[in-house]
Design a protein around this ligand. Structure first.
Ligand SMILES: NC(=O)c1ccc[n+]([C@@H]2O[C@H](COP(=O)([O-])OP(=O)(O)OC[C@H]3O[C@@H](n4cnc5c(N)ncnc54)[C@H](OP(=O)(O)O)[C@@H]3O)[C@@H](O)[C@H]2O)c1
Length: 347
């Protein structure tokens, strides 16, 4: 029988997986350490004594079934998700437990909605993709900024990162996504995903203080172009990235994040600025914090906690904004996230 305190983390020894394991433990859960490499699992267990390790491969459904035994939920932090999402969701459905992932791959997120919506709903369970900095946080902010609006003309999510030292998982996931779209670019416009070859525009985004106006790359599409329109009637959803962070990401000598505090966070800071527009009215909301990988852990774990305690509004495949009381969720993240609200409301 599943213990409500046991939560499986697939890819537990990855950079993000480690943050998730630590966050689960801090909240009194008993993480089950899952991954494909037994040696790496054993090394991880040295840092988290007393936790069970379970080797499981996405090519071996029986190993996944064994690994999920007794788990109340599974958080998948193993990317590229093009390889891991479907097999781990299948295993979660067989086990009858909720599934949460941190996938930032637009194509993988689209597949999860397309391939599992019916079965997850029929199983009366929750499959929650992109429950992390990209995809999850933007969706919660947009949903909160919308307030009583059920539709808007446009949503803009501007990412103000001080720098971006990507993990190996980020780099390889970006490569896989790029290959899946044949090197084309992607945006959400006219109420649909569109692949294109246009050059990405560079423009100024007026971030609130202390960041102020910054040069950003427009149509730098992140998972929010899947999560936001999955439940909100907004035909134009655009995301932007500070030009400096985009240059860091693609630099040939890009280096992985290094820890600067006892939680393992890097010095990277972020400001996510959200603007929704309907007719002549704008609503805005921003959030600041430290380290986009580290913040993904409280996002995913808060989601699991709410799912396991029935604080959800639907079942099936759903994004964070559709599944949770978005303002309440964001307030619960206050130890990790500072909200700046409302910054600007013009009629
Ligand atoms: N949405 C967001 O904001 C957000 C935030 C954080 C992370 N992410 C995503 O999460 C993923 C992991 O990122 P990370 O920073 O933790 O990277 P990482 O430190 O490089 O870790 C990657 C993890 O994925 C595992 N993995 C990769 N391919 C696998 C496969 N086919 N089967 C089983 N395990 C596999 C790796 O195991 P091995 O060492 O055995 O290869 C490792 O545990 C990336 O896709 C990243 O984009 C997204």
């Amino acid at each position: 029988m599943a213990s409500v305190r046991n939560v499986a983390v697939y890819g537990a020894y990855g950079h993000t997986g480690r943050f998730v394991v630590a966050e689960l433990q801090e909240r009194g859960y008993v993480p089950l350490l899952l991954g494909r490499d037994q040696n790496k699992l054993q090394a991880l267990a040295q840092d988290f004594p007393g936790l069970q390790t379970r080797q499981a491969s996405v090519d071996d459904p029986t190993s996944l079934d064994r690994a999920l035994t007794g788990a109340a939920a599974v958080i998948n932090t193993a990317g590229p998700f093009a390889s891991t999402a479907a097999p781990v969701i299948e295993a979660a459905l067989r086990a009858g437990i909720p599934y949460v992932d941190v996938a930032a791959e637009i194509e993988a997120n689209i597949d999860t909605f397309a391939d599992f919506a019916e079965r997850a709903r029929a199983a009366d369970t929750v499959v929650l993709p992109a429950m992390a900095f990209y995809g999850g946080l933007g969706d919660l902010l947009v949903t909160t900024a919308m307030g009583d609006w059920t539709a808007a003309d446009e949503a803009h999510v501007a990412y103000g990162l001080s720098s971006w030292h990507p993990t190996a998982g980020t780099v390889v996931s970006g490569t896989v996504s790029g290959q899946r779209r044949n090197g084309r670019r992607v945006r959400y416009t006219g109420g649909q995903i569109e692949y294109h070859d246009d050059a990405l525009p560079t423009l100024e985004w007026p971030f609130p203080d202390p960041l102020g106006a910054q040069s950003v790359i427009g149509e730098f599409s992140m998972a929010d172009i899947v999560t936001v329109p999955s439940h909100l009637a907004i035909p134009e959803v655009r995301t932007y990235m500070t030009a400096k962070a985009a240059a860091d990401l693609f630099a040939p000598d890009a280096s992985a994040p290094t820890a600067v505090d006892e939680r393992g966070r890097s010095a990277q800071t972020f400001l996510v600025d959200v603007l929704v527009r309907s007719g002549g009215t704008e609503r805005r909301l921003a959030a600041t914090g430290q380290d986009i990988y580290a913040i993904s852990a409280p996002l995913a774990v808060e989601a699991v906690e709410r799912i396991l305690t029935g604080r959800t509004t639907t079942t099936g495949v759903a994004s964070a904004g559709a599944l949770f009381d978005a303002p309440d969720f964001l307030r619960a993240l206050s130890p990790h996230l500072t909200l700046h609200t409302p910054l600007d409301t013009r009629g």
